[in-house]
Ligand binder design. Sequence first.
Ligand SMILES: Cc1cc2nc3c(=O)[nH]c(=O)nc-3n(C[C@H](O)[C@H](O)[C@H](O)COP(=O)(O)OP(=O)(O)OC[C@H]3O[C@@H](n4cnc5c(N)ncnc54)[C@H](O)[C@@H]3O)c2cc1C
Ligand code: SF4
Length: 557
Amino acid sequence: MTTELPERESMEFDVVIVGAGPAGLAAAIRIKQRAAQTGQDISVLVLEKGSEVGAHILSGAVVDPSGISALLPDWRDDPDNPFKTPVTDDRFFFLFKSFGIRLPNALMPPLMSNHGAYAVSLGNVCRWLAEKAEALGVEIYPGFAAAEVLYDDSGRVIGVATGDMGVKKDGEPGPNYQRGMALLAKYTLFAEGARGSLSKKVIERYRLDEGREPQKFGLGIKELWEVAPDKAKPGLVQHSFGWPLDGGTGGGSFLYHLENNQVAVGFVVHLNYENPYLSPFEEFQRFKTHPLIRGTFEGGKRISYGARALTEGGWQSVPKLCFPGGALVGCSAGFMNVPRIKGSHNAVHSGILAADSVAEAIAAGRSGDELVSYEAGWQASAIGKDLRRVRNVKPLWSRFGTLLGIALGGLDMWLETLVGRSPFGTLRHGKADADCLKPARSFKPIDYQRPDGKLTFDRLSSVFLSGTAHEENQPVHLRLLDPDLQKMSELDVFAGPSTRYCPAGVYEWINEPNTGPRYVINATNCVHCKTCDIKDPNQNIDWAVPEGAGGPNYPNM
Ligand SMILES: Cc1cc2nc3c(=O)[nH]c(=O)nc-3n(C[C@H](O)[C@H](O)[C@H](O)COP(=O)(O)OP(=O)(O)OC[C@H]3O[C@@H](n4cnc5c(N)ncnc54)[C@H](O)[C@@H]3O)c2cc1C
Ligand code: SF4
């Protein structure tokens, strides 16, 4: 931007929380609960980039209610609580191309059981939590993206700035230009979920990941279906490994039967895959055609679509959580339990832990320092216990492939359960996901089938169902750090993997007759999954927040 910008107006709070997911909302609620207990007045602001709370939330979801029970012990008495479908039937399959083998539940380590959990829409859980938070006096600003971390001269975080509105595509202020606000706080909590755009900057600046294993990720793609009434089995929860992925690529499916004849079906591909021709979206479409799966959707209708990255590094990848003036909570810190495919309970637990630390600090008259009790407490907390005993599952899977890796991972979880230790110690993840992709010359393109428009679909009709919308006249929020590198490496060496890993068809290489390949970024289609920021082999794509309220508009994902 060449025009000189006006000063930002500022507002002061005790606590600013970036992100109205389960982690951010749990933290907000707990701070207010603590304040009420001690008679303090602690002002709390939650910023949410989605057009409303829940609009950007995408999860499975089978939720372990331990976090909610710790936060709101009487939640079962609230008739409006969204936990309507307890899990009644829990099934695991290993899929081969034309058949599947059901793994006996008795073989599964007890920690994998979904008994006591609920099949829900996490978006609806967040909407419900937001009402609880507002009733306690928390201010929530949906439609406002935190675009910049604010620091003071001593390097402490003092809050965040929301993005400027009405900036034109060329970066200059348009007729409706409005400068973002500076939101200042004694403590700022980053609850942006997996690969948070500001969390990433804070981790870099304070080297919070020093001495930790690299964070690992998966991409989860999900559809919500309304199935024929005779196919609906509310409370049935089914997971699978194996086909259509090859034995060297990690991932699997989930199929959760909810209320109102709705079924959530999704597929996760671990982002340490090597073959640049692999398309997680197409693998998901292929998965639905399996003889054990397709019957559920016959006579049904797809009603929503979306995608989101999830963290997979677990115990050994959790960064240092605090820095002067704030902390990371939820999946911004990577508290996801991979074999259980669950992170929302730990998101809530971490919100509670961080909030307790904040409330103590404010009660003691402190501000802007490190929340050391949060950092010191997480390993011994419910989160640490949950993550520690599954810490080797992902590294074993990455090293030994799906068949042997899962068998060893299962054995390891049993040993952790029975004797409280692992023969493997704590295994390392090794490389970051971006470094796992191999040059295209070692592979052949994969021939994916055309969609039939009934069970399998293309990307563009899918994105339509995500309700994604962005202001068109704004700078592209997917920033190429070096545009030439994209052609030299992403295309020439890796054969354009972004055109396949992006579940929204944002990236295209178009062959121009005279000038050759041109990289096109259809930023308005972006569903904010963050995969490009994670998987680009040169780390040449930086995902920044677009104008607030832009992005998907998920109903109940
Ligand atoms: C496909 C899939 C299936 C899953 N299945 C399950 C499951 O069955 N059970 C389970 O427990 N967990 C599951 N998880 C994991 C679970 O969804 C996460 O652990 C949980 O959502 C993390 O909560 P969070 O609050 O940390 O982040 P999120 O839920 O990601 O929420 C972050 C919020 O912050 C907002 N935000 C981000 N950046 C900004 C910004 N800069 N400014 C303003 N707002 C911002 C986002 O819009 C979002 O609303 C699944 C995840 C995926 C992707
Ligand atoms: S552009 Fe990036 S963040 Fe957006 S949908 Fe595609 S991969 Fe996900």
